[in-house]
Design a binder for this molecule. Structure first.
Ligand code: G3H
Length: 266
């Protein structure tokens, strides 16, 4: 933990809601989450909690968080590589910034697989996020077939190298390592597997964006994270948080994940 703190890497617990919770449900959820964390006296100086609702919820989430001064950050699940123009259905980073989003996820494996997004496109989206003052959460990860054929790290390393190729040195980014086989499967990677890939991804960031950025970038693990396994991931020196899917939709469970420090050692 000391190395992480020295490098300014405050752990990030991020809830990716995917295609769940409408704008009314998002308000109820964020209220309950904030109250629960405040009741538990979570020290937000030692952990950042973020939610990633669908686009249509963002205005409601913004209004609630800003008006009630909740110490929770938020972002979008995707962003266009374009800033404006004739791109039906796209959402610009400028619009997300205007809604006070901190982050935009890019390259989630569901977008790579269902929408055929390439690492080049993921890089363009990350660049667009940065242009508009957002922090891209760049997702990488290998499928079960990749794992079998090439081991765990080869594909995520290649994906990240490509995505970072056009980004300015020193860019502020977050990387999420999500083995595709672990997403929604109930079978998480082991902390050692996550650490091994995270360390290699940190080296990629260092080469592409500079040593300082390599040391300062938070690398999250994602894939079947729950309150029962979160502490074991956060004990690893290169894992700085989690991108949580299913378990982020249950307020009590997500709050428990955010309070991982209270169950380190359990
Ligand atoms: O973005 C989150 C990941 O896809 C992980 O999903 P999961 O926690 O349901 O396995």
């Amino acid at each position: 933990m000391a190395v992480k703190a020295e490098a300014g890497r405050r752990p990030l617990i991020a809830g990716n809601w995917k295609l769940n919770l409408d704008h009314l449900q998002s308000i109820a959820f964020v209220q309950k989450l904030a109250w629960s964390l405040q009741d538990a006296k979570l020290d937000f100086r030692t952990v950042e909690v973020a939610v990633f609702p669908p686009f249509t919820d963002l205005r409601s989430v913004q209004s609630l968080i800003v008006s009630d001064h909740f110490p929770i950050t938020f972002g979008a699940q995707d962003v266009s590589e374009h800033d404006s123009g004739a791109y039906t259905g796209e959402i610009s980073g400028a619009f997300l910034k205007a809604l006070e989003c901190t982050y935009a996820i890019v390259g989630h494996s569901e977008r790579r697989s269902y929408h055929h997004e390439t690492s080049e496109l993921v890089g363009a989206k990350a660049a667009a996020a940065i242009r508009h003052g957002l922090v891209p959460v760049i997702c990488v990860g290998e499928t079960a077939e990749d794992l079998e054929a090439r081991g765990a790290s080869a594909v995520p390393v290649e994906q990240l190298e490509t995505a970072l190729a056009g980004l300015p040195k020193g860019s502020d980014i977050v990387v999420a390592y999500e083995p595709v086989w672990a997403i929604g499967s109930g079978q998480a990677a082991t902390p050692e597997q996550a650490e091994n890939v995270a360390a290699q991804l940190r080296a990629v960031v260092g080469t592409a964006l500079g040593e300082e950025a390599g040391a300062a970038t938070r690398i999250l693990y994602g894939g079947s994270v729950k309150s029962g396994n979160i502490a074991s991931f956060l004990r690893e020196p290169n894992v700085d948080g989690a991108l949580v899917g299913g378990a982020s939709l249950v307020v009590d469970e997500f709050a428990k994940i955010a309070r991982f420090q209270s169950h380190v050692g359990t």
